[in-house]
Design a protein around this ligand. Structure first.
Ligand code: PLP
Length: 407
C-alpha cells in the first residue's frame, strides 16, 4: 500500500463519524445562578445516598440494573455518564466502568466461568490476563488453554472442547499485533454455546465489536480513552439485557467500583479522542513506514501494513488504525544495540502503558510469553507508541539514535 493511500485508509472513516458523538454525548450541565451553566458535568463524590422518605429509599431497590446512583459502591453519576458514552462508542446496549483495564478483562471471566468449564484464550493475550487465567482461574477449577494467534478460525475449532464456555481473544494481539477474524470466531463460539469476549482496547472507536457478533467487549480506558497517562480505568460492554444482568450481578457481588474522579477525567479525555487518534494514527503510520525502510528492520508489526498478520482482515473490518505497533529487528542486531538505541532517544520515554499524548518505547523480548512457537519474533523486538509530538521531530530523534547505535 502506498504511503498516501495507507494514510487515507488509516484516517478516512472512523473518527470523523465519532467526533460529534464524543463532544455531545452525556452532557448535562448543572444550572448556575442566572440560568447559566458550566460546559462540563459536575463531579460527584459520595458514599451514602440520603433519601427524602422511607418509600423513596425502598423504591431505590428496583433500579439495581439501571445506571443510577443508589449507594457510592454501586456507582457514581460520573461513572454512569462515562458508561453512557462507552456504550455509544462500542455500539453496545450497556457498558460498566470498572477500576482498571485488567479488571475489565478478569470480571467477565469470573462472570461466565465455573469450576469444570474450559476457557480458550488467544496466545497473544495481554500478559496480566494470562496471569489471571494461570493463577486464579486454575485455582478455582477452570480448565485453561490457548490457541495460536496466526491460525485460521477453522483451525481454532481444533482447540475447542465440549466444556468450552468462553473464547477470550484480543485483536490485534499484544506485542505481535495479529488481527483475528472476529465475525467467524463469534460464529464458532456460538456454535459451541460459548461466549466470545474481545479485548478491544486497540480498536477503540475504529472496531465495532457487536457488528461482528462479540458477546462482551473489554476496554482499558487507561489507554486512548483517557489519553493523558494520569489514571487507570476499564469498561466492559455487552449488547443484551441477559448479559448485562450476569455482568452487573458479578460486579455488585465483588464490590468493584471505580472512583468518580477517574470517571470524570476519562470523560473529559474522551471529548478529544477522535482528534487525538486521527493525528496519532497519521504519525504512527508514517513512523512505522520509516522503520520499514531501515536496513536493520526485519518486520514492522502494524495492522495497516501488509507485513502484519491479518492485514486484509484489518482492511475489511477496521475504520482506522491506532498508533501503537511493533518492530522486529534483523537477527544480527543484538538486544544490547536495541537497548542502547532506546536509551539514546530523547523524545520517547521508556514505559509499558500507551494511548497517552506522549511517545513511548518498550523492548518486548522479555515481555512476550507464548505457549506456541512464535514465527514472527526472529530477532530483538520493540513496541513503539506514537504520541502527539511532531512526526518529523520523532523521525529525527530516531535517525540520530540509529546513527549512534547501528554503525
Ligand atoms: C493496558 C491493557 C490492559 C489493562 O489495562 P490497565 O488499566 O493498565 O489495567 C488490558 N488490555 C490491553 C490490551 C491493554 O493494553
Amino acid at each position: 500500500m502506498a504511503t498516501s493511500s495507507a494514510q487515507e485508509h488509516a484516517v478516512s472513516r472512523g473518527w470523523k463519524a465519532l467526533s460529534t458523538l464524543l463532544v455531545t454525548a452525556a452532557r448535562h450541565a448543572k444550572p448556575l445562578p442566572l440560568d447559566g451553566s458550566f460546559v462540563n458535568n459536575p463531579l460527584h463524590r459520595g458514599s451514602t445516598v440520603v433519601y427524602p422518605s422511607m418509600s423513596a429509599m425502598r423504591d431505590a431497590g428496583q433500579y439495581t440494573y439501571d445506571h443510577v446512583t443508589l449507594y457510592g459502591a454501586m456507582g457514581s453519576p460520573n461513572q454512569h455518564d462515562l458508561e453512557q458514552v462507552m456504550a455509544l462508542i462500542e455500539g453496545g446496549m450497556h457498558s460498566h466502568v470498572v477500576s482498571s483495564g485488567l479488571s475489565a478483562c478478569t470480571i467477565p471471566l469470573l462472570a461466565y466461568l465455573s469450576a469444570g468449564d474450559h476457557c480458550l484464550i488467544i496466545d497473544s493475550i495481554y500478559g496480566p490476563t494470562r496471569r489471571f487465567a494461570e493463577t486464579v482461574m486454575k485455582r478455582f477449577g477452570v480448565e485453561v488453554s490457548y490457541y495460536p494467534a496466526d491460525i485460521s478460525t477453522e483451525q481454532v475449532r481444533n482447540y475447542l472442547k465440549s466444556n468450552t464456555k468462553v473464547i477470550f481473544t484480543e485483536s490485534p494481539g499484544s506485542h505481535t499485533f495479529e488481527i483475528q477474524d472476529i465475525g467467524a470466531l463469534a460464529e464458532l463460539a456460538h456454535e459451541y454455546k460459548a461466549k466470545l469476549i474481545l479485548d478491544n482496547t486497540w480498536g477503540i472507536g475504529i472496531f465495532k465489536p457487536f457488528d461482528h457478533g462479540v458477546d462482551v467487549s473489554v476496554q482499558a480506558l487507561t489507554k486512548y480513552a483517557n489519553g493523558h497517562s494520569d489514571l487507570v480505568l476499564g469498561a466492559i460492554t455487552v449488547n443484551n439485557e441477559t448479559d448485562w444482568k450476569i455482568l452487573r450481578n458479578t460486579i455488585i457481588a465483588l464490590g468493584e467500583v471505580p472512583g468518580p474522579d477517574a470517571c470524570w477525567l476519562t470523560l473529559r479525555g474522551l471529548r478529544t479522542l477522535s482528534a487525538r487518534l486521527e493525528q496519532q494514527s497519521i504519525s504512527g503510520l508514517k513512523i512505522a513506514q520509516w522503520f520499514a525502510q531501515q536496513p536493520q528492520t526485519e518486520r514492522v508489526l502494524h495492522p495497516a501494513l501488509p507485513s502484519c498478520y491479518g492485514h486484509d482482515l484489518w482492511k475489511r473490518d477496521f475504520f482506522g488504525a491506532s498508533s501503537i505497533f511493533g518492530v522486529v529487528f534483523k537477527n544480527y542486531v543484538t538486544p544490547e544495540q536495541v537497548v542502547n538505541m532506546i536509551e539514546n532517544l530523547s523524545l520517547f520515554s521508556i514505559g509499558a502503558s500507551w494511548g497517552g499524548y506522549e511517545s513511548l518505547v518498550l523492548p518486548t523480548d522479555s515481555e512476550i510469553r507464548r505457549s506456541f512457537p512464535n514465527k514472527i519474533l526472529t530477532g530483538p523486538a520493540c513496541r513503539f507508541h506514537i504520541g502527539l509530538e511532531n512526526s518529523e521531530d520523532l523521525i529525527k530523534d530516531l535517525e540520530q539514535a540509529f546513527s549512534i547505535c547501528f554503525v
